[in-house]
Design a protein around this ligand. Structure first.
Ligand code: SF4
Ligand code: SF4
Length: 480
């Protein structure tokens, strides 16, 4: 019953996708020099499936190595410990973030914003200089789709021809077995991915504890995990390259970020044209570069929204150049200006300016990170309470105190009044805070009447650790 439902579901999705097989390696005649819509949409806005040829070559091997390193980091980072503490933790529920071992609390939003700003500027600088290198080499969408899911698909269903044949054949035993195996593995990987993501947010220890307890104790978390896994499965099984061509805003920013000096995957039109087997250019118009492209575009038409700089077309064209006895690199990493003028320069005024801003911003981030206090203190007068006049000729105010321990060590602290002269009476005796924990309490501050110069006097507190002043905090004291 379940299997019949499953196949009906798969068939429904596949049959709703308009005619398969008309893009990628099967698109060897269509003129792609003018388009008024993304390549994988037909004139009615329906989906066109891409059957890309399996890529191979020097650049693909390099990308595979980079992607395995990144995948290893993704899966391994939640388990890495620095002095017994997580290396990475994005604990949104408790507003606590550990990035490369450094703890950030909600109170550190400014420092986190600096870090995010530096990261965005870094991506912009890289895009201005090296185009969409992020998309092809480091974006999780590309890495998971091209280096995990697509490789499994090639392994089970074969290259583009067998896959196309399989998709268009009736549901026979071979198709049922292959599709079941592929989708079962896709589902397992989606669930595994979701669980690793979960570890980034709750930590590996909490995750291990949760999965060792009955599901009923974590029903909401379990349902969210299933939902996210389902979304991953749908993206990598069906939605695929549309994330890059239709959803991701980064691709759409290329028009403003790239200029003629940006180094991108590009076709050397000076060498290649006039194209065709009987013409004098090096391009023999074999369209092999289109056949391997995961977004099915023709790079000979210039930089396009759909190009994720995956380098598959470079490898494929290099193979053709080997066969035709022409120098490799008809498609290569180069800039429009480099091809036009015959020499490529990486540095120009624009990326130099971005680099200066990035260095300044990142230096400021490092400075604020290392100069921030080990604790974050907040002292406010208890709302709704006025001052009190006492028999010993003092005035007293009641305060609420909150201290966050931002370090990985337990802290034994002391609250002292720095100015003016007065006395603190704490509710409870000691301020002991475990690592990454917080302390909340109330205290009364007594100040002799003669020390008050107005109805609102500024008072200064000091937080001491082992007799050493680690933070100062100013508040207001009200009097008659
Ligand atoms: S693979 Fe190279 S030779 Fe063949 S069409 Fe593309 S650019 Fe021309
Ligand atoms: S055109 Fe862009 S997306 Fe297509 S194969 Fe070449 S680098 Fe990859």
């Amino acid at each position: 019953m379940f299997l019949i439902g499953y196949f009906k579901f798969i068939h429904l999705i596949i049959s709703q996708s308009p005619p398969p097989g008309d893009l990628g390696a099967f698109n060897m005649t269509e003129d792609l020099s003018f388009r008024d819509r993304p390549i994988n949409l037909n004139e009615k806005g329906g989906r066109k499936w891409v059957y890309a040829k399996k890529p191979s070559g020097k650049w693909y091997t390099r990308r595979t190595i980079v992607s395995w390193i990144l995948l290893l980091f993704f899966a391994g980072a939640p388990f890495i410990r620095l002095n017994g503490h997580p290396f990475i933790l994005l604990d949104i529920a408790n507003r606590k973030f550990i990035i490369f071992g450094a703890i950030f609390w909600a109170q550190d939003t400014f420092i986190l914003a600096l870090l995010m700003l530096s990261f965005v500027l870094f991506i912009i600088l890289f895009t201005v200089t090296f185009g969409r290198i992020w998309c092809g080499w480091a974006c999780p969408q590309t890495i998971f789709l091209e280096m995990v899911f697509r490789k499994i698909e090639f392994l089970i269903e074969g290259d583009y021809k067998s896959r196309h044949k399989l998709d268009n054949s009736p549901w026979n035993t071979e198709k049922i077995l292959k599709k079941t195996a592929k989708h079962a593995i896709f589902i397992l990987i989606s669930v595994a991915m979701t669980n690793v993501f979960l570890m980034w947010f709750i930590g590996s220890d909490a995750w291990l504890k949760q999965i060792s307890e009955p599901v009923s104790q974590h029903l909401t978390g379990f349902l969210i995990m299933l939902l996210v896994s389902g979304v991953f499965y749908w993206i990598y099984s069906f939605f695929r390259e549309q994330v890059c061509t239709m959803v991701c805003p980064y691709g759409r920013m290329q028009g403003v970020l790239l200029d003629s000096k940006s180094i991108v995957v590009t076709y050397d039109y000076k060498r290649g044209e006039p194209r065709g087997p009987k013409n004098t250019g090096d391009c023999i118009d074999c369209r092999q570069c289109i056949s391997v492209c995961p977004t099915a575009i023709d790079i000979r038409n210039g930089t396009q929204l759909e190009c994720i700089n995956c380098t598959a077309c470079i490898d494929q064209c290099n193979k053709i150049m080997e066969v035709t006895g022409k120098p490799k690199g008809l498609i290569r990493f180069d800039s429009e200006a480099g091809i036009r003028e015959g020499h490529t320069t990486v540095w120009n005024a624009r990326n130099r300016a971005y680099s200066v801003v990035l260095i300044l911003l990142f230096s400021f981030f490092i400075y604020t990170l290392f100069s921030r206090p080990a604790v974050e203190t907040t002292i406010i007068r208890t709302p709704g309470l006025l001052f009190q006049e006492n028999a010993d000729n003092t005035i007293s105010n009641v305060y609420n105190i909150k201290i966050v321990n931002k370090t990985h060590d337990d802290m034994h602290l002391e609250l002292r009044l720095i100015s003016p002269e007065g006395k603190i009476q704490m509710a409870g005796n000691e301020i002991k805070i475990a690592d990454q924990d917080r302390f909340e309490s109330t205290f009364i501050l007594f100040i002799p009447k003669e020390k008050l110069n107005s109805d609102k006097t500024e008072v200064e507190f000091g937080i001491f650790s082992n007799g050493e002043l680690i933070e100062k905090y100013k508040a207001t004291f009200v009097g008659p």
